[in-house]
Design a binder for this molecule. Structure first.
Ligand code: ATP
Ligand code: MG
Ligand code: MG
Ligand code: MG
Length: 563
């Protein structure tokens, strides 16, 4: 590509709300432009990076005999009613009606659609296993779209779904997919960890997340310094302690609180806003002393559940509810803590209008707690209860646990029959019995990966693309295009690099050296060959972007330095 013909609108200014390097540099370097909150256009350079990631994914999927499909983005809401997820997904699911008044959703993930594709078509165990995937736009009306491509509302996901006749076969495929995902991230040149995870709104068991390690990651990981063990702290739970830490009173004044000062107020609060309810994940367990804390986790205000005519239950009753009662009203038990009915702490999240939350989760970005705590409740206390802490015993090898930040770029689950059973997607087994498919699901955030590369690889000058993700590996930059011999050399080098399959940009613009150089650094080509005065002595310089090191090389020897 000739730079003079390229559309790469670089700018000095970053978008006003941009905080993360990937958001700043991908915008400044002309990879993407923002349309509206959480909506982005990919410009030519951004599209090339996206395509590179997609190609690697496609190659690794082909190696596992997974087949690519392309399902309709617009999904009939009926399918979501059949699976029961239409309510669970809450406001992240964008619903709309067509001119005939039929209700549709924009696919935020495609379990239902994919089950629908095989249902009544795959009818025998002999047609299994099957692994189908797509790389496709997804829409989630995220409550807080932010950080550029990291958390968009419209984003590109690779979503794969496998169908099996036995759990053993699902286990085999799950391991194969984990290995493939690992290879994808290795090929992309990323440092990552595979961690144990919570299954979230998708459901199922045996879930693992692929986390790109970066300080800006929204997830906190507990990782072992001696073995491969890693867990998202959301999922990592250590044994309950026998003593409750003495916690100072949390400073609730810093949050905007509604007029909730008592259990009665809390109850009223939920009654006045019937859209939301406490139906969420309640975790509960018992301390050795026998005291309890019941705490309501509302998973991301974006995932708040619709009221299920359970208003009368309110929050109050739950404090005293038995485990069986909690299950009965749709709450999943399992948390630990002290119970003291005297004090209640309810906090409104500043960022969400309706969500009630308590900002003291293991993962501030994902979890919002409504805590009905009763004696102590502060951030440290919660973290202590839910997470494997730094310094603990690794549950696998006894090594030391460290906490680190990660970007969730992939999530794989063993779904079992969570979708196939309600959707009645069945096959005949070897004994002629009808069984629901046993399924796995494998997601990867393709557009988020574009940002994750930059979160892990950048400096104060801009992007540093890894070899596999670079829009062009080499940038041949001519300091002064008026020098005919320089241009002639550059053209020749450009042609020979391309003939070897090396993707190359030729910076043939009529611009100052400094201007071109800062573009080269901002865009982040791995190598920039600077063709300037030294050519007269038979040499050129190569700037290695990762280190910004300048290497002087023989003009005839450039190829050997790059390949
Ligand atoms: P998060 O915890 O970041 O909200 P998720 O757990 O809701 O992600 P999944 O349902 O597991 O996401 O979807 C599979 C993958 O899609 C994620 O691992 C992530 O890489 C990507 N993804 C999810 N939401 C977004 C988003 N809003 N913008 C970009 N990528 C996303
Ligand atoms: Mg999410
Ligand atoms: Mg997640
Ligand atoms: Mg996930």
């Amino acid at each position: 590509m000739r730079f003079s013909k390229a559309y790469i609108p670089t700018t000095k200014e970053a978008p006003k709300d941009a905080q993360l390097p990937s958001h700043i540099y991908l915008s400044r370097a002309g990879f993407v432009t923002q349309v509206a909150a959480g909506l982005y256009n990919f410009l030519p350079m951004g599209k090339r990076v996206l395509r590179k990631i997609e190609t690697i994914i496609n190659e690794e999927m082909a190696a596992c005999d997974a087949q690519e499909v392309d399902l309709s983005f617009v999904t009939p809401a009926e399918l979501w009613e059949e699976s029961g997820r239409i309510e669970k997904f809450g406001k992240e699911l964008l619903r709309f009606r067509d001119r005939k008044d039929n209700l549709f959703v924009l696919g935020p993930t495609h379990e239902e659609m994919m089950v629908n594709i095989v249902r009544n078509r795959v009818t025998s165990y002999k047609q299994l296993p099957l692994n189908l995937y797509q790389i496709k736009t997804k829409f989630r009306d995220e409550a807080r779209p932010r950080f550029g491509l990291m958390r968009g509302r419209e984003f590109v996901m690779k979503d794969g779904y496998s169908f099996h006749s036995s759990n053993e076969d699902l286990d085999r495929e799950f391991d194969a997919m984990e290995a493939a995902y690992k290879r994808i991230l290795e090929r992309l040149g990323l440092e990552f960890r595979i961690v144990e995870a919570d299954s979230g709104a998708i459901g199922g068991t045996g879930s693992k997340e692929l986390m790109v390690l970066a300080g800006s990651g929204e997830d906190t990981l507990a990782i072992c310094d001696s073995c491969e063990y890693g867990a998202n702290v959301e999922a990592a739970r250590r044994a309950p302690r026998t003593t409750i830490p003495e916690a100072p009173q949390a400073d609730f004044a810093r949050f905007k609180t509604p007029n909730v000062k008592s259990i009665e107020d809390l109850s009223n609060f939920f009654h006045v806003d019937p859209y939301y309810t406490l139906k969420a994940v309640v975790q509960r367990a018992v301390y050795t002393e026998g005291s309890e804390l019941v705490c309501f986790f509302i998973r991301g205000c974006d995932e708040l559940q619709e009221v299920k005519a359970r208003n009368s239950v309110g929050a109050i009753d739950l404090v005293d509810a038995t485990e069986a009662e909690l299950i009965e009203i749709g709450l999943v038990p399992g948390f630990i803590g002290p119970l003291d009915q005297d004090k209640i702490r309810i906090v409104m999240d500043n960022d969400t209008k309706n969500g009630v939350s308590m900002i003291c989760g293991s993962n501030e970005a994902d979890f919002h707690f409504v805590g009905v705590d009763l004696s102590v409740m502060n951030e440290a206390h919660f973290a202590d209860l839910v997470s494997v802490q730094e310094g603990d015993g690794c549950p696998h090898c006894g090594g030391k646990i460290l906490h680190t930040k990660g970007i969730e770029v992939g999530h794989i689950f063993k779904l079992g029959t969570v979708y196939s059973a309600p959707l009645k997607a069945e096959f005949l087994d070897e004994n002629g019995r009808s069984q629901p498919f046993i399924m796995g699901t494998y997601g990867m955030g393709v557009s988020r990966l574009v940002a994750a590369v930059i979160e892990q690889h950048h400096d104060e000058k801009g992007c540093i693309w890894t070899h596999a993700t670079a829009p062009y590996l080499v940038n041949v930059m001519v300091s002064n295009i008026k020098e005919e011999s320089h241009m002639a050399y550059a053209e020749e080098l450009y042609a020979s690099l391309q003939s070897r399959g090396i993707e190359t940009m030729l910076d043939d613009r009529k611009e100052r050296f400094g201007f071109k150089m800062s573009d080269a650094e901002l865009i982040g080509f791995p190598y920039t060959v600077i063709v300037g005065k030294e050519l007269e002595n038979g040499s050129v310089q190569i700037m290695v972007r990762a280190t910004r090191e300048m290497i002087t090389v023989d003009a005839a020897d450039v190829l050997s330095k790059i390949e």
